[in-house]
Write a new protein. Structure first.
Length: 246
C-alpha cells in the first residue's frame, strides 16, 4: 500500500494528462508497483522456502527506505477522484472496490486459473499429482494481492487525502487479515466484512471517542470477537462435535 500510494502520487504529480485518464493511469501504475513488490516475497517463498508473512513484514521498513529516494510532489486536481456525493469522500473508488471484488470472484471461481489457485492452496499434493505446477498459482496469487493493495492505496490518496500519505490512521495493520478470515476467504464475504469492520473503525473514532468519550479500543475488541467467532465456526465445521485434539 505504501509503494502503491507513492506510485499513484508520483504519476499524478509528474505526468500531464487530462481527467479521467490521469487518475486511471495512476491507479494502474500503483497496481503494477504493488504486484512487482509482491513478486519478491513470492519468489522467496517458492524457491527458498521463506515464510511470506515474515518476509513481507521485513520488507515494510525497506519500502520506507526506498521512498526516501523518490521525490513526490503535489498532484493537480485532474488526478483526483471526483466525489460521487458532493461534500463527501465517497468517490468512484467505491465503485472500483465493488468492481474489483466482482472481478476477483470471477477469477477465483469461474476460471481455470482460479481453479488452479484454489486447488494448490487446499490440496497441494493432489494438485501436483494432477499436473498443476504449484509455483505458478502461488506466485500469481501473491502478485494479485500486491496489485489489489496498490489499487486500494491509490484510491486512498487520490480520492480521500489528495496527497501522498504514509499512514492510514483509521486502519489497523491486520484489518485485511481479519476481514479475509471473517469473510471465509470469499470475495463476497470479504466485501461484507470490509463494510462492517470499516464502519466499526471509523465509528469508534468519530462516534465513540470524539463525541461520547468512549475509548476507540472498544471497536477493536468488537472486531476481535468477530474474528474469534468466525474461527470457532470454521473449527467446529471441520472437526464436528468431537474434536480430535484440543
Amino acid at each position: 500500500m505504501l509503494l502503491g500510494a507513492a506510485a499513484a502520487s508520483w504519476i499524478g504529480a509528474n505526468i500531464n494528462l487530462p481527467f479521467p485518464i490521469l487518475p486511471l493511469v495512476a491507479i494502474l501504475g500503483a497496481a503494477f508497483v504493488g504486484a512487482i513488490w509482491g513478486l519478491v516475497p513470492a519468489l522467496l517463498h517458492e524457491y527458498l522456502g521463506m515464510n511470506e508473512i515474515i518476509t513481507t513484514l521485513l520488507f515494510n521498513p525497506l519500502a520506507v527506505f526506498l521512498l526516501g529516494f523518490v521525490r513526490i510532489g503535489k498532484f493537480p486536481e485532474s488526478a483526483r477522484l471526483v466525489p460521487l456525493i458532493p461534500r463527501t469522500k465517497i468517490t468512484i473508488g467505491f465503485l472500483i472496490a465493488l468492481i474489483t471484488a466482482w472481478v476477483v470472484y470471477l477469477l477465483i471461481w469461474k476460471t481455470k486459473t482460479g481453479l488452479e489457485i484454489r486447488n494448490t492452496a487446499q490440496a497441494p499434493r493432489f494438485s501436483n499429482y494432477g499436473g498443476i505446477t504449484k509455483n505458478k498459482p502461488i506466485i500469481l496469487a501473491i502478485m494479485i494481492s500486491g496489485a489489489l493493495a496498490g489499487i486500494a492505496s491509490a484510491v486512498e490518496v487520490l480520492g480521500v487525502h489528495y496527497k501522498f500519505v504514509s499512514a492510514y490512521t483509521a486502519v489497523s495493520a491486520f484489518d485485511g487479515l481479519i476481514i479475509a478470515f471473517a469473510g471465509r476467504l470469499h470475495p463476497l464475504g470479504v466485501l461484507f466484512f470490509a463494510f462492517l469492520v470499516g464502519g466499526l473503525r471509523n465509528g469508534t473514532i468519530t462516534g465513540f471517542q470524539i463525541r461520547s468519550g468512549i475509548p476507540r479500543e472498544l471497536g477493536g475488541a468488537l472486531i476481535a470477537f468477530i474474528l474469534l467467532f468466525s474461527a470457532m465456526v470454521k473449527y467446529y465445521r471441520e472437526n464436528g462435535d468431537h474434536p480430535k485434539s484440543l
